[in-house]
Design a protein around this ligand. Structure first.
Ligand code: FES
Length: 121
């Protein structure tokens, strides 16, 4: 078991120690950080936050498309820390999480990885 520090930049740079074997959401909630969540299996996007520094493992998530991943979004209910990390949490971090599909349709390479093309076609 390895411990890493999670800094929340938009909450006064508060820092919390987390276990690398447990989801970041559970670890932050254990410290009393109140975060929204729904499914807790990586499918609904409710717990998304933005990673601005460090590394995580979120291979179990199925909610994010490549555009969201490229913009730094992390699904906290399944993500594990792989280094000290910095996050932005809450709705103020969601500026690039959602987009109007009629005004800004995703390019084919920005779709979810199981259906995305390697390049825009
Ligand atoms: S709570 Fe549903 S994706 Fe995290």
């Amino acid at each position: 078991m390895t411990k890493y520090m999670v800094k929340i930049s938009n909450r006064g740079n508060a820092e919390y120690e987390v276990d690398d074997k447990r989801p970041i959401l559970d670890e932050l909630r254990r410290h009393g950080v109140d975060l929204p969540y729904g499914c807790k299996y990586g499918g609904c996007i409710t717990c998304a936050a933005k990673l601005t520094a460090g590394n995580i493992d979120q291979r179990r998530q199925v909610a994010l498309n490549n555009w969201q991943l490229d913009n730094g979004y992390v699904i906290l209910c399944v993500a594990r820390a792989r280094s000290d990390i910095t996050l932005e949490i809450g709705t103020e971090s969601h500026d690039k999480l959602y987009r109007n599909p009629f005004l800004e349709p995703l390019k084919s390479y920005q779709l979810k990885s199981d259906i995305a093309s390697k390049e825009d076609t």
